[in-house]
Design a protein around this ligand. Structure first.
Ligand code: HEM
Length: 222
């Protein structure tokens, strides 16, 4: 039985079925799609990084087939590109509000009283110069030799949140972004179509944070 079968079994409670479906569609589609779009924009703005990523794909996958899930663990530079994209462009920059069940101290400097609601701004952490060297620079190499990961254990990089309310779709979201991005840059050559070759990286908040101007590029098959 898949997810849809189970929802249909509970048709007597239409509200719940509809809300659950809406929640999964809303949380599970735009998040991965906008991350992929931001990554492509960053790669178009940084042709040297695009070239290195395509070289890695050619070495690991070769030129005669598409990228599959089993290749992903070998694509280490691609992984660093995705981490760097999440750092600068988290789709959901504010984590879910938390209410403290007891008084505590956060980060040695914030006294949180019992019952207070706290909202963590991951967007700010991702661009904080006290945490990251050259925070405004798209620089995947910063992760080489580092153990920092996006899975909720390293608080400087928590695009999926952390703790009990961590995103339940994290592994699906990560796989979708890796696989889509890898196949788009492995199968196609991407050329910028903006004057000066540099894209505007302004943001627009809708369901998630999208690029304000949708990506346009000249794409030819490789
Ligand atoms: C790039 C992909 C994704 C990102 C960056 C992302 C990010 C997040 C974040 C930051 C939260 C809040 C976590 C917290 O407060 O600690 C969240 C919650 C959630 N995500 Fe994701 N998400 C992604 C993909 C997905 C997918 C694919 C699904 C499901 C198919 C999904 C379903 C959910 C749900 C249901 C919640 C609410 C969990 C709760 O209320 O406890 N997400 N996500």
């Amino acid at each position: 039985m898949d997810f849809m079968d189970i929802l249909l079994q509970h048709q007597e409670d239409e509200e719940v079925a509809k809300a659950t479906l809406m929640e999964l569609l809303a949380a599970g589609t735009d998040t991965s799609a906008c991350t992929t779009e931001w990554a492509l924009l960053e790669l178009l703005n940084n042709p040297e990084i695009m070239r290195k990523a395509q070289e890695e794909l050619d070495t690991v996958v070769g030129r005669d087939r598409m990228v599959t899930e089993s290749d992903l663990h070998k694509l280490l530079y691609l992984e660093d590109i995705v981490k760097e994209t999440f750092r600068l462009h988290p789709p959901a920059p504010l984590l879910m509000p938390r209410m403290s069940t007891q008084a505590c101290v956060l980060g040695e400097s914030f006294d949180i009283p019992k019952g207070a609601t706290t909202i963590i701004n991951f967007y700010a952490i991702g661009r904080d110069p006290r945490v990251w060297d050259k925070p405004e620079k798209f620089w995947p190499e910063r992760f080489q030799g580092s153990t920092i990961d996006v899975k909720g254990q390293d608080f400087e990089l928590i695009p999926f949140g952390c703790g009990r309310r961590i995103c339940p779709g994290m592994l699906l979201g990560l796989k979708s972004v890796y696989l889509t991005l890898a196949n788009l840059i492995h199968g196609f050559n991407w050329e910028p179509v903006v004057r000066g070759g540099s894209y505007n990286m302004d943001e627009a908040f809708m369901s998630v944070i999208w690029p304000k101007l949708p990506l346009q590029a000249k794409v030819t098959s490789l």
